[in-house]
Write a protein that binds this ligand. Structure first.
Ligand code: PAN
Ligand code: ZN
Length: 190
């Protein structure tokens, strides 16, 4: 099969991408167990309207070694913890990714299989290099949508299971009006 070049239009303000080949949305109810404060999470789901947390729109062509898309994250918190994505390792440990932020303020939390942690800022114009073998989770720490474009190999695959249980070793919270990155109590409490 031969593929032909094509222009894809991306709106940096909204993350809208056209033409798109796929789309999904995650509301708070879809993110059970992600946040430290389970009571605040349950209240926001039951009584807070189960808000939208993030949307992903993708452009994927069978037979290509690249695919890309946008993630648009709403601002918000569960308790003191900022809205975040599920986070994952790539199933293929040889495949990394690029996250190019177009709007907003956030953090990209990273962790390798050895438990080593890193974080890099996400802000309009910053392009994060995610090396192969590093789990990645994005966090919206601002008060407007966080919009980024991601590019990777469609064979990278997503391994969510590895961090579903306890999360990553770092969490991003609001503390005294500032953004703080703290050790995840689920790890320190054993
Ligand atoms: C991104 C992420 C997207 C949503 O496309 O899949 O931001 O995050 P979660 O998949 O962790 O919910 C990516 O990293 N793809 O590989
Ligand atoms: Zn990824």
């Amino acid at each position: 099969m031969s593929l032909l070049p094509e222009t894809v239009t991306i709106d940096a303000m909204t993350g809208a991408l056209s033409p798109a080949t796929g789309h999904y949305a995650k509301h708070l109810a879809d993110l059970e167990g992600l946040f430290q404060d389970a009571t605040a999470w349950a209240n926001a789901v039951a009584h807070g309207g189960n808000p939208l947390v993030y949307e992903v729109i993708e452009y994927r062509k069978d037979g290509s070694d690249l695919f890309f898309g946008t993630t648009t994250m709403q601002p918000g918190r569960v308790g003191t913890e900022f809205y975040m994505t599920r986070g994952h390792f790539h199933s293929n440990p040889a495949m990394g990714e690029v996250y190019y932020t177009r709007r907003g303020e956030g953090l990209l939390l990273l962790e390798n299989r050895g438990g080593e942690s890193r974080h890099v800022p996400m802000r309009a114009g910053s392009c994060a290099f995610i090396p192969p073998g590093w789990a990645h989770r994005s966090v919206n720490t601002g008060d407007e949508p966080l919009v980024f474009v991601w590019v990777c190999n469609p064979a990278a695959g997503h391994d969510y299971a590895a961090i579903l249980d306890k999360g990553l070793r770092q969490i991003a919270v609001e503390q005294d009006g500032a953004v703080a990155i703290l050790p995840n109590p689920r790890f320190t409490q054993g």
